[in-house]
Design a protein around this ligand. Structure first.
Ligand SMILES: [Zn+2]
Length: 343
């Protein structure tokens, strides 16, 4: 029985877990942002960590994106992408993360003249080297949904020669007026090329339920990012449970871009048997890496150790790992909990 274990921060950070909703561009800490700005001679308007941190004030998805996308100007060379991703993998390893399926936004870079090759090769090299840290890492190429469908298609076409360096495609940025079906053709092409599919269904959007219906029925995704509004529609909840589709929830992120962590919704879905997972989204901006997200949700919703262990197991179940590797990670969780109980 693991319920006798107190879910302390030490227990949570040692618990093997997978991170499935993590934007590499969202891991840009102020120190690295300043260092890269200096290295590349980019004027970001701030010269101290305090000044950079003072810009991290958001009360909505739109105000967050207004700070987030201009910051990527400091990423120019392949080495910059490598350094950014490596800094994240080091932190993730210390947080008990054993598997990462990380998002990146090529259009945030190609739209300002950075060749896609530098982005993909730099990030991928870091993902390979993460193996030495005990982290199995893969990449998911995301399209910016406020760009056109044609731009997404051009991006995928440019990226396909590097398709051995990413395992799936996703969709992020501003959901308003940019429904999933806008990208039906590009997602169909990705599927035809053997890539997995996921899409953001952000919190409390206009038309949230219709967009969730589209990702499930029209696009036929393999996972949903956020998606907690699904709780409003029992038929769709039954569908994701039946298909064993993961929801990649981000409690601390939710509390920044909406008024609420959405803890009650996540716990209701978890108790109903949906593959709810906990993730950090953009940890440099929200000040919380993945273990902090587990702890924040546990504190808010009063979760016990068994429920935290279930969330960690769900993260591997919802991953795109081969079955035998999933089983090995699930076994590692059981061993960790058994060892912890014995102490
Ligand atoms: Zn996200």
């Amino acid at each position: 029985m693991s319920s006798a274990i107190v879910p302390t921060p030490a227990f949570v950070s040692g618990l093997p877990k997978a991170e499935l909703h993590l934007h590499l561009e969202g891991t840009l800490e102020p120190e690295l942002k300043l260092a890269l700005a200096r290295r590349n001679g980019v004027d970001i308007g701030q010269t101290t960590v305090e000044q950079v941190k003072a810009t991290y004030e958001f009360d909505s998805l739109a105000s967050f994106l207004g700070v987030y996308y201009p910051a990527v100007n400091v990423l120019v060379e392949e080495e910059d992408f490598y350094d950014l991703a490596t800094a994240y993998f080091v932190r993730a390893a210390a947080d008990g993360v054993r598997r990462v399926e990380a998002f990146f936004d090529p259009q945030a870079h190609t739209s300002r003249g950075v060749p896609i090759e530098k982005v993909i090769v730099g990030y991928h090299r870091a993902a390979v080297d993460a193996g030495a840290l005990g982290v199995s890492a893969e990449l998911i190429l995301c399209f910016l949904r406020d760009f056109s469908a044609e731009s997404a298609l051009a991006t995928l076409t440019e990226a396909l020669p590097y398709a051995d360096r990413f395992i799936g495609v996703g969709l992020d940025s501003d959901e308003r007026d940019n429904p999933p079906t806008k990208f039906a053709d590009v997602f169909a092409l990705a599927r035809a090329n053997g890539l997995k599919l996921t899409m953001h269904c952000d919190i409390d959007q206009v038309g949230s339920i219709e967009n969730i219906r589209q990702v499930l029925e029209d696009i036929q995704v393999d996972r949903i990012d956020h998606g907690t509004n699904i709780v409003e529609n029992p038929e769709l909840v039954a569908l994701v449970r039946e298909r064993r589709l993961g929801l990649t929830c981000c409690p601390v992120s939710n509390s920044f871009v909406t008024a609420d962590m959405k803890a009650a919704e996540m716990v209701a879905l978890l108790k109903f048997g949906v593959l709810v997972t906990v993730n950090s989204d953009d940890p440099a901006y929200f000040g919380a890496y993945v273990a902090d997200n587990y702890s924040a949700l546990a504190e808010k919703a009063g979760l016990d150790t068994d429920e935290l262990v279930l969330l960690a197991k769900n993260s591997f179940e919802a991953s795109w790992l081969p079955t035998n590797e999933k089983q090995a990670f699930l076994h590692a969780i059981d061993e960790y909990v058994a060892g912890y109980s014995a102490e």
